[in-house]
Ligand binder design. Structure first.
Ligand code: ZN
Ligand code: ZN
Length: 725
């Protein structure tokens, strides 16, 4: 790019064209340099799929989430550029109307949409702020919004004044929403910098600096921004005339983005009814036409030149590029329509279109980075749900309240819950107390696939409860063994955590299984296998738990379980197994055979019944098939041996042994209680259907993981901290 000679110029004169200045081979493009290649973190060079790609630690990713000035289009919200950095920082440059739904589609948690830099106060650059401002605190972002922007010539022309105006404008909304816990969410930390302080630093945090300088737009108080981090840089000029300060301060930037208004007044009048006199004068007075854009980019000499804030009409695009190419021969990519994604490292620059869902939701903040961002720095251990400022009783007159129709008239009696009339009471006794953060936002430190998976499982478990019509669900709350069951899961979870700490094999196998399962879940056939297996299992469970209705069978089952656990403890704890001279999987097989014989004694008829036996075998075979497809690329044997040795060691502790035995008894009691309900044919079929839906749901939730595989298994740091350490 040091050489700005047009490689095509010779041909136009009928002379032999000079050699390609980029040195590429035939078919490698006229303007594409060798560094135009996917960066290391790019999973699919074709497209960017949100959530399926983790930004590399040394990379910068620039996403165009709003790309036009006016009029807005279905594929173009007003201007907003999202810049994400490998250190976890995420900053937004301008926040034009309509950008928030694209940000949602990019799967950014709404609670994390913060640090917004506004270039100037034309509404196409900040119009979405009130929408975010009004709703994010309701979505539990209880920390202030952080907005950065220039001062104006007068105090009432700077960004701080605009923010005050926004607060006034949204008063009805924010006061009403303050019936709920909003904390400091409606406060705005406004960083109004002196617009005349050219190249002044307006942001300096976590190794990221942002500088600004004046732009000649249609009033004083318009700025350009330059971000620098880790040797990488980005400039967004915002709107304005081509100027000398930009050429100076943006010099040599990696990615240079400026605006472009093609000089096409006649066309725009035909298409939009905006008189061409107005359109032309607007360009001349306040904007950068297509020639000027190329001229400025060429002065700046970036690695990648870009334009945004332009109508993406097809004929306009061609004109725009033709104008730019009069001056700029280097790498050029359009920052429009919405969804253009640029990855940047020191060695590579890559451009793709994002694949965005039409009906996407915001992602729930679950990763450590996301939670840190949401809490504005550190993730607290505990937190207090903010007390609402108002109650509905204060804000609504009794006469208006009286016109409400009572829920008992429209909610079926069996699902009617007490009406929550006061958001302050929605959290019950937790309100006003310091409670663990997990209570509201999942677990702290869930930084990974494992965390996402656990979250997905939890939300699906509650979905299953709903699906089963609360029928089986009701069995648990009724049961006196509920706490014991919870304790059991806690014990198991602790053992798993301990195991992953102690064994590389277990950790690797766990990651491989999780990723493999996520992949298999995307295969309809394999998911079908799993669904059939689950349905068969429900049948078997129904038959077996039916037997548990008899008190003597129940007692016998508990005794049997105790014997099996004792046997396991003795065998797996033996010196031969522990020092590695005996194969623990052989011990497991022996214990398995013994327990089968014991169980046959307990459930006698049931297990020998050909129908049940067949169902059981079918379920096992299907589970095994699914399991082996999930572990196709990984040998789980060393992990199993490690796990068995570890269990053997842990069961040598009499307290642990007793805990496991009593947990087994509690599970048998609960199984009996659930089994009683499963004997009802309606419940039985509801549970079978629910299991199928649950598996489909898990498959959908895991879709993200299967893409995230990316050769990066979950690591120790990704797991929740073990209890009591
Ligand atoms: Zn604009
Ligand atoms: Zn403007």
């Amino acid at each position: 790019m040091e050489d700005s000679v047009n490689p095509a110029a010779g041909a136009a004169n009928g002379k032999v064209p000079p050699a390609s200045i980029y040195g590429g081979g035939a078919g490698q493009g006229i303007t594409l340099p060798a560094y135009f290649k996917p960066t290391p973190s790019v999973v699919s060079a074709s497209n960017f799929f949100p959530l399926l790609e983790e930004l590399g630690p040394d990379e910068m990713r620039i996403s165009f989430v709003g790309t036009c000035p006016f009029p807005p289009k279905r594929d173009q919200a007003a201007t907003c550029i999202m810049v994400e950095l490998g250190n976890g920082s995420r900053l937004f440059f301008d926040f034009g109307p309509g950008c928030l739904r694209n940000i949602a589609a990019f799967q950014v948690p709404v609670q994390d949409v913060n640090d917004i830099f506004i270039t100037h106060l034309h509404v196409d650059h900040y119009g979405e702020l009130p929408y975010l401002y009004a709703f994010a605190p309701w979505a539990a972002r209880w920390k202030p919004l952080r907005v950065h922007g220039p001062s104006g010539r007068r105090p009432d022309e700077g960004i701080a004044h605009m923010i005050e105006g926004m607060k006034t404008m949204t008063r009805w909304h924010t006061k009403g929403f303050a019936c709920g816990p909003v904390g400091d969410g409606y406060e705005v930390e406004v960083n109004e910098f002196d617009y005349e302080d050219d190249n002044g630093i307006c942001y300096d945090k976590d190794g990221v600096t942002v500088r600004h300088w004046r732009r000649s737009h249609n009033m004083d108080g318009a700025s350009a921004y330059r971000l620098d981090w880790n040797g990488l840089s980005f400039v967004w000029t915002g709107d304005g005339r081509p100027d000398t300060l930009t050429a100076k301060y943006a010099q040599g930037v990696d990615v240079f983005v400026t605006e472009l208004q093609p000089d096409l007044g006649k066309l725009m009048e035909q298409k939009t009814g905006i008189p061409q006199q107005i359109y032309n004068a607007t360009i001349d007075m306040v904007h950068t036409d297509h020639y000027a854009t190329g001229y400025v980019i060429n002065q700046v000499q970036p690695r990648l030149g870009m334009v945004t804030h332009m109508a993406y009409d097809h004929e306009v695009v061609n004109e725009a590029i033709a104008g730019v190419r009069v001056h700029w021969r280097g790498l050029f990519v359009l920052g429009a329509p919405d969804g253009v994604v640029i990855n940047v490292t020191k060695d590579a620059v890559w451009a793709r279109a994002a694949v965005l869902p039409d009906s996407g939701n915001f992602k729930k903040p679950t990763t450590e980075t996301e939670l840190r961002q949401m809490f504005g720095g550190q993730i607290p251990e505990t937190m207090r749900i903010p007390e609402p400022e108002h109650t509905r009783d204060e804000l609504l007159s009794p006469g208006v309240r009286a016109i409400e129709i009572p829920p008992s008239e429209f909610v079926p009696a069996d699902v009617l819950r007490p009406l929550v009339n006061d958001m302050g009471k929605a959290f019950g006794p937790a309100m006003g107390k310091d409670i663990p953060v997990q209570f509201l936002f999942g677990a702290k430190g869930m930084g990974s696939a494992v965390g996402e998976f656990m979250h997905a499982l939890r939300s699906l478990a509650s979905a299953l409860d709903l699906l089963a019509g609360g029928i089986v669900g009701k069995a648990l709350p009724d049961s006196q063994h509920k706490d014991q069951v919870k304790q059991t899961f806690g014990t198991v979870a602790d053992m798993v955590k301990q195991a992953t700490r102690q064994s590389d094999h277990i950790r690797e196998a766990g990651s491989a299984a999780l990723m493999g399962a996520a992949k298999s879940m995307q295969d309809e056939g394999k998911r079908g296998d799993l669904k059939a297996a689950a349905a068969a299992l429900v049948d078997v469970v129904r038959t077996v738990t039916g037997q548990l209705q008899k008190p003597d069978v129940r007692n016998q089952a508990k005794q049997t379980a105790g014997l099996v656990i004792d046997g396991l403890a003795a065998q797996l704890g033996s010196p031969a197994v522990q020092d590695g001279s005996a194969d623990p999987t052989a011990v497991l097989k022996a214990v398995f055979a013994t327990s089968q014989a014991l169980a046959a004694g307990v459930f006698g008829q049931v297990l020998r019944d050909p129908g049940t036996a067949q169902q059981g075998q079918q379920a096992l075979a299907q589970f095994r098939r699914f399991g082996s497809s999930a572990m196709a690329d990984h040998d789980g044997t060393p992990a199993l041996a490690d796990a068995l040795r570890l269990i053997g060691r842990m069961l040598q502790d009499p307290k642990k042994l007793d805990a496991v035995k009593s947990a087994a008894s509690a599970l048998i009691e609960t199984a009996a209680s659930v089994g009683a309900r499963l004997q009802n044919p309606d419940t039985h079929s509801a549970v079978k259907g629910g299991a199928g839906l649950l598996i489909d749901g898990i498959g959908r939730q895991m879709a993200g993981l299967s893409g995230n595989a990316n050769g990066k298994p979950a690591v120790q740091e990704d797991l929740p901290a073990p209890a009591g350490t």
